[in-house]
Design a protein around this ligand. Structure first.
Ligand SMILES: Cc1ncc(COP(=O)(O)O)c(C=O)c1O
Length: 545
């Protein structure tokens, strides 16, 4: 299994490791290790530190990972065939015998995959927790007597370090500065609003929050919504429609994809964070115009995210802005994972790159991550927000956010902006950055293959095989470390991974404990896949001798 680790280091490779990988090109190929890496001078505004890499799996790893899915599928087909002839009992959802003449609703590949791959390692997902999602939390014990079809709570709880929650600034906490304002606001406004913003559900604190969010984002106005997912899914259709074109990153979140589909606009998809692919697509779309009529598009909207939560990549915004201006398109930026989490004062990717927020036409974000609450917002020009206030389905037909939630967001925004008179917000932003860079560097030095940007608090750690995916989560959990794992269909089939989320509330001691568990489990399961780190370590070893 460790075949790929024994590759000799070619002289070209050694040269490139000494020099650092060359600037500018996204596809840098070495003799033995293929790395898509990006660094560029255009990012001088951020101190020139824009550094992102995606090391490709060794061929043998990729082949064996495919093979393991093939074996699992074959076993599944044999089990299904045996059950069909009455050998063995199936617990899978069945069509009612009364619907025999109907086309089956469930029996497609998704159902097969769920039964034969996901179900067998299901103990690693949806583990209930019995406390707030803080840096250390309590997991509830579960047992299953039917091979993970169903689970029973054992009544025990186990303390674990949490590296799975999107609690970037640690504000999803029990207690914390100014928490009493939430209690006070519940006592004065009540616990629920029970109406929409346009009818009887408009509180002064809704408006106060919108004003602060607009100011925080550097925009004229903002509107808040009860759910982040719905903010995307139900607002894109108010902006786009037939005759319009949406140009969407291949890895955009499901809420964006749903919103784009609901809008009825035409869609073209460009390669993830690849500005060459985007430009090619824009040029072609503008030259060709609408299908059949060849009329010009009514408008073109580029839809991207700030930080991609499965890849840990940061949008190449300076180049994207240049393209948007060159081709006169609008830009929709989803900052769910970047607002609060990056930028010197937590204002997201625009601040991270030192750009002008007014150049982003639609600035979307959620309150579920850095703000430790729930809901979403859109910030932009007054005209845009006025339009959304009237037309958005997610405010016109949905009750507004309750006072305790609004107060939690207000509390955290004030802390982040330093309006509470303390430096707590700045401390948390700095702690997250320190934790992110420290954890990423240590993982790389230990030999793990991680994806993404050096500044992204989301850290995908590649595991490839479904068996190793499950074993990694189980072994970490049994040592007191809770980690989220992600596989197909959320990732390409052979790119199963652990998705680590860092938080300002992690102490360095906690991170060291987590790293020592990951190191031990990594050796046990032989999942230290980075050949670049291995070469670097060998190189350092050679230099020292
Ligand atoms: C990029 C992105 N946009 C939108 C959402 C939806 O946000 P929420 O979970 O607040 O509904 C998510 C959820 O994680 C996300 O990752």
């Amino acid at each position: 299994m460790a075949l790929h680790r024994n590759n000799r280091i070619s002289s070209r490779c050694m040269e490139s490791l000494k020099n650092g990988v060359s600037a500018g090109g996204p596809d840098i190929k070495e003799d033995k290790v293929h790395v898509r890496e990006f660094k560029s001078d255009i990012y001088k505004t951020n101190g020139g530190h824009f550094e992102e890499s995606f090391e490709e799996a060794a061929l043998v790893t990729a082949f064996l990972a495919y093979l393991s899915y093939l074996v699992l599928s074959l076993v599944g087909y044999i089990q299904d065939a045996l059950r069909d002839i009455g050998l063995g009992k199936s617990l899978a959802a069945q069509e009612s015998p009364k619907l025999k003449s109907f086309v089956p609703l469930y029996q497609d590949f998704d159902s097969f995959f769920t039964r034969h791959v996901y179900r067998k390692i299901r103990d690693n997902w949806n583990v209930p927790i019995a406390s707030a999602p803080t840096a250390r939390f309590d997991l509830m014990g579960r047992s299953s007597e039917d091979h993970y079809w169903t689970f029973k709570a054992t009544g025990e709880t186990h303390s674990a370090i949490n590296i799975g929650s999107y609690n970037y600034l640690g504000f999803a906490e029990q207690g914390g500065p100014g928490m009493e304002s939430i209690e006070n606001s519940t006592l004065s406004y009540g616990s629920g609003v029970c109406s929409t913003r346009q009818e009887l559900g408009n509180l002064d604190i809704h408006r106060e929050l919108e004003t602060r969010i607009a100011e925080f984002c550097g925009q004229e106005d903002a509107m808040m919504y009860g759910m982040g997912f719905a903010t995307n899914a139900l607002n894109i259709p108010t902006l786009m429609g037939k005759g319009c074109l949406v140009v969407s990153d291949r890895l955009n979140h499901a809420s964006l994809v749903l919103g784009i589909r609901l809008s009825g606009a035409s869609v073209k998809v460009f390669e993830h964070n690849n500005m060459e692919s985007l430009e090619k697509l824009l040029k072609k779309a503008i030259i060709e115009g609408q299908p059949r009529t060849q009329r010009p598009w009514k408008k073109i909207l580029i839809v991207v995210e700030g930080i991609y939560s499965m890849e840990g990549s940061i949008v190449r915004l300076p180049e994207l802005m240049a393209l948007k201006k060159k081709y006169k398109c609008y830009l929709y930026l989803d900052e769910a994972h970047s607002i609060g989490a990056i930028g010197p004062t937590g204002r997201g990717v625009v601040e991270y790159f030192g750009l002008d927020p007014r150049d982003v036409d639609v600035m979307m974000g959620t309150f579920t991550k850095s703000f430790g609450a729930s809901g979403g917002y859109i910030a932009g020009s007054k005209n845009l927000i006025d339009h959304l206030r009237i037309h958005s389905h997610s405010s016109a037909y949905s009750s507004s956010t309750s006072a305790p939630v609004v107060e939690q967001i207000l509390r955290t925004v004030k802390i982040i902006m330093g309006e509470d008179g303390s430096t707590e917000g700045q401390k948390r932003i700095r702690a997250l950055k320190r934790n992110t860079q420290y954890f990423r560097r240590r993982l790389r030095d230990l030999g793990f293959l991680t994806y993404g940007n050096v500044d992204s608090p989301v850290v995908p750690l590649l595991l490839y095989y479904p068996s190793k995916l499950a074993a990694f989560a189980r072994e970490c959990r049994s040592r007191g470390l809770a980690v989220v794992i992600v596989g197909f269909p959320a990732t390409p089939i052979i790119e199963a991974r652990a998705r680590i989320c860092l938080s300002a509330s992690h102490t360095i001691e906690m991170l060291d404990e987590a790293l020592s568990i990951i190191d031990e489990v990594g050796d046990l399961l032989d999942v230290k896949y980075s050949r670049r780190s291995l070469m670097k370590r060998e190189l350092n070893g050679n230099c020292q001798t």
